[in-house]
Design a binder for this molecule. Sequence first.
Ligand SMILES: Nc1ncnc2c1ncn2[C@@H]1O[C@H](COP(=O)(O)OP(=O)(O)OP(=O)(O)O)[C@@H](O)[C@H]1O
Ligand SMILES: [Mg+2]
Length: 297
Amino acid sequence: MTAKATETAQTAETAQTPETAQTASAAETARTASAAETGATHEIRPAAVEVHDVHKWYGTHHVLDGVELTVRPGEVTVILGPSGSGKSTLLRVINHLEKPEIGHVSLNGELIGVRRHGERLKELSERVILAQRGRIGFVFQNFNLFPHLTVLDNVAAAPVATGRLTKPEAQKLARDLLARVGLADKAAAYPRQLSGGQQQRVAIARALALRPGVILFDEPTSALDPELVGEVLAVIKDLAGSGTTLVIVTHEIGFAREIADRVVFMDEGRIVEQGPPAQVLDHPDNERTRDFLSKVL
Ligand SMILES: Nc1ncnc2c1ncn2[C@@H]1O[C@H](COP(=O)(O)OP(=O)(O)OP(=O)(O)O)[C@@H](O)[C@H]1O
Ligand SMILES: [Mg+2]
């Protein structure tokens, strides 16, 4: 969506009651500081993904407790952590499937799910959020393909539905993407006719079809038989090598070591440690990271 269209859409929903209203001043301060820091010598593009002071509660359960995360364009971030530590919730907050009670997320410098209203943040309309979400690919553990659509149409559907491409254009793109994930010969098949590894590769092609700014993976191989894990990891590795910005929740430590620019370790809703894989995986500072790695390595 163009900046102008976004603005129009945002104006159109100003009459709505906000579902969340948050203070934006801390974020402004951080952004200004970060621009001043980076403008002169290093990275001048905004972070691909910036998660700022995000808190999320389910009832009284504080599942995200002040999460700060910055993912640079082209960077691969792997998130590790025990079950229930908030990894999936964090991914769902990034694409605004879950709304944080405090804090916010931006993609390439643009707030996701909310807009500034003076000192506060107000929820955007569902229509605008859906358009934003189109720029954030999401690959789920259980593939979530449309069972009634062919593989080709699974990949081609969203660019057509969002008006980005005509049907012939989307089908051409889908064929190219299926070739990229090694499934050119499966275009006419239905998901039930594919193995889990093949279905997951279709799901990755589907995520790529919207040319997202970042792709989030939530345990993309954990529902697969062991012999099918490698083919999916190979596709993700290819994406990582081509400069796609990726955030991956996985328990595949060896894979994390191989492809991550940064490993993030979460525990009880907090990022307790992050850094290059050699540091976090081989010389963790934090006791809980050490404990977790000793159980999974
Ligand atoms: N919709 C929900 N309603 C209530 N509680 C939830 C909901 N979703 C998640 N939780 C709780 O929030 C906590 C974090 O869940 P989350 O799914 O983010 O953990 P996770 O790190 O992804 O775990 P796993 O490795 O098992 O996938 C858990 O205690 C979970 O039970
Ligand atoms: Mg999870």
